[in-house]
Design a protein around this ligand. Structure first.
Ligand SMILES: CSC[C@H]1O[C@H](OP(=O)(O)O)[C@H](O)[C@@H]1O
Length: 356
């Protein structure tokens, strides 16, 4: 049983406070989009797919508990709340992609007089609810594509992998993206050793990925971010697999800070570097990585750890993400539709309907 970041029943949403992991397992209620925005901004829930799912479910809960007197009122409310949710964190595209999809849906529902307000509201709620199961199915398809590709192109089992940040059940609805590939290899007894980086300063690797892998008894070792190059050199690594917050038209990819330097080291040691992400992380409207807004996080996230000061009172630069150029994604981009070269990602994905 994988860890559950999100607990949902119609009219009720609870999320696991990831700021407290691994020491404390605490779920708390999200009653509306204001709660949803706050939880995403504070990173109590994080991970590109999970951000979109929690954001949309916070809208679903708010709608369930709101009387709507007309479809035009519903349309205005849905549009305003989605625009608000997108502002919580600027780099991951998944919330914006979901907002675009839902705004398209409410536009169609409001075009004529075909729907009663309650029926239109229920259709929006169901579309948000459907994201949970859909995400898990996407991750399992992605995990299989990635695992099979690795075994046929890059590695004889047992496969040793480095991964960065957290891309598992705590970053998605379940199963995971890069961790989904790792889970697939583990389930098929093809996995060797996983090395997860601590991923300073939020420590997604040390606090979340390590916790997930231990929980599922997957053989893994935690390494400092600064040990990634040495690990590539000394530990017979077959591949690096990371997640993504936004893949743009030319294949450049924004992901957790520290990703690019691992890609550079992997290129030096001639070890394939993969990005694993669902179609909803692809942003064809942004042409290159230069155009991606990189979120800057508070200095305190570097200078203190769980309230304990670990640095002098010095100015800090704390970008939450960096951009890995397409040319360094040498293994490919693993999606639920297959594994593609970054240079061909636009051609391969732009005509696929998100409904697939
Ligand atoms: C499948 S999660 C994708 C992505 O999200 C994480 O960022 P954050 O923890 O700041 O939300 C990280 O970059 C993961 O690779």
């Amino acid at each position: 049983m994988t860890l559950q970041a999100i607990r949902y029943n119609r009219g009720s949403l609870e999320i696991l406070d990831q700021l407290l992991l691994p020491d404390e397992t605490h779920y708390f209620a999200i009653n509306d989009t204001t709660d949803g925005w706050s939880a995403i901004k504070k990173m109590q829930v994080r991970g590109a797919p999970a951000i979109a799912i929690v954001g949309c479910l916070s809208l679903a809960v708010e709608l369930t508990n709101t009387e709507i007197d007309s479809v035009s009122t519903l349309k205005e409310l849905v549009e305003n709340k989605l625009d608000y949710l997108v502002t919580a964190r600027p780099t991951a595209i998944n919330m914006a992609e979901a907002a675009f999809r839902l705004k398209g849906m409410i536009y169609q529902l409001a075009k004529g007089d075909d729907y009663k307000p309650q029926d239109a509201k229920l259709m929006i709620i169901k579309e948000c609810e459907g994201m949970l199961e859909k995400d898990i199915n996407i991750n399992k398809r992605l995990g299989k594509f990635g695992g099979d590709h690795l075994l046929s192109h890059n590695a004889k089992p047992p496969v040793n992998i480095i991964t960065h940040c957290n891309t598992g059940s705590l970053a998605t609805a379940g199963y995971g993206t890069a961790l989904g590939v790792i889970r697939y290899l583990h389930e098929n007894e093809k996995l060797g050793q996983v090395y997860c980086t601590e991923t300073r300063p939020y420590n997604q690797g040390a606090r979340l990925t390590a916790y997930e892998l231990l929980h599922e008894k997957i053989e893994a070792s935690l390494i400092c971010d600064s040990a990634a190059a040495a690990c590539l050199k000394e530990k017979n690594i077959h591949a690096v697999i990371v997640g993504a917050d936004r893949v743009v038209a030319n294949g450049d990819t924004a992901n957790k800070i520290g990703t690019c330097q691992i890609a550079i080291a992997a290129r030096y040691y001639n070890i394939p570097f993969f990005v694993a992400c669902p179609h909803s992380t692809f942003d064809p409207s942004t042409q290159t990585g230069e155009d991606i807004t990189i979120e800057q996080r508070p200095h305190s996230e570097i200078t203190s750890l769980k309230g304990v000061k670990i640095a002098a009172d010095i100015n800090c630069w704390n970008p939450a993400f960096d951009v890995t150029p397409a040319e360094l994604i040498t293994g490919g981009i693993i999606t639920e539709f297959g594994v593609f070269k970054p240079q061909e990602i636009k051609e391969k994905l732009q005509n696929i309907s998100p409904k697939n």
